[in-house]
Ligand binder design. Sequence first.
Ligand code: NDP
Length: 346
Amino acid sequence: MKILVTGGTGFIASWVIKYLLEDGHDVNTTVREINNKSKTEHLTNHAAGAKGVLTFFEADLLQEGSFEEAVKECDAVIHTASPFFISGIKDARKQLIEPAVKGTRNVMQAVEKEEKVKKVVVTSSVAAVYGDNSEIIHTAGNIFTEEHWNQTSSEKHQAYNYSKTAAEKEAWRFHENQKRWELAVINPGFVLGPSLTKRTDSTSINFIYSLLNGRFKQGIPNLYFGIVDVRDVAKAHVQAATKLDANGRHILVAESMSAMDITRTLQEQYDDQYAFPKKTLPKALLYLFGPFMGFSWSYVRKNIGIPIYFDNTKAQKQLGITFKNPRETIKEQAAQLIEDGLVQVK
Ligand code: NDP
């Protein structure tokens, strides 16, 4: 098959492209800066030894018509490009919501023009399934499933979650207006694991990097996430794109863990060689100092200390994913950052 992958430089997309090329598919990929070798070199290297052919195109989510050239002659499209950051947000509409929603619209408009496309895969998130952890109490069986939709996030509260929800809805809106292509959506939890690049600006890479580098050494908020390995997420995208009967939403979470569980996993491996968080920060302290750290009172009340759980049955059955143990995922990611010389012992 010939498959377009948007945002090829990303943490997840890089693995998707590697697997597609290894399986012999031809890949068109879009990047923002086609001449920035530091962002694309690893992809060129994978392509050199693979069966499939890789072609780069320049495209920006905010630019109308940007994806039309790249989608030509493609049988399937995997749309992963979207801004992913949860801190340092100054203008949520400009930085997150517009690129996510307009970008999805631009990609879907390009799909509408290419008759060959029969399958579209959109990288959404569990952020489009729920807004705040406290919503788990409204679920039957204390578990989030593909039936749930985030109905609580907004531009002002959990803007990233809102951007993912609005973008996924935009994809479904385009899908409902036609009969030519099927839509499969991948809804991963927090994606961790080894990276194909040495970049640390990706949120998933930066989190483990920060745990090793002492950013949270005074303490870490008692936050719970659904964790999944980046290679399982990439395989799910490949399956969803190449199996016509794989459609609808798919939650990709191996297991739920707290930030302290992740820290303990690293301590098992490295003892106290790195400046790991010493404790979880008490909720009362977060009410006091949270606003200075980017956590609103509402966020603290609805998220801190509340475990969440996910049903991953559909991804196992429809996409054939056997989830990796997240503790191994975390250890492998840390080992790679250390090996690459990106973190120092304390
Ligand atoms: P990265 O930050 O590693 O990659 C994001 C990609 O989006 C990059 O290729 C980036 O390009 C591209 N991008 C961002 N803004 C624009 C823009 N305006 N125009 C064109 N491209 C743009 O993120 P991940 O790989 O982690 O995330 C990929 C997808 O997966 C996103 O949709 C994200 O929301 C979703 N996701 C991620 C999770 C995670 O834990 N990592 C969890 C659930 C969902 P550039 O290199 O030029 O910046």
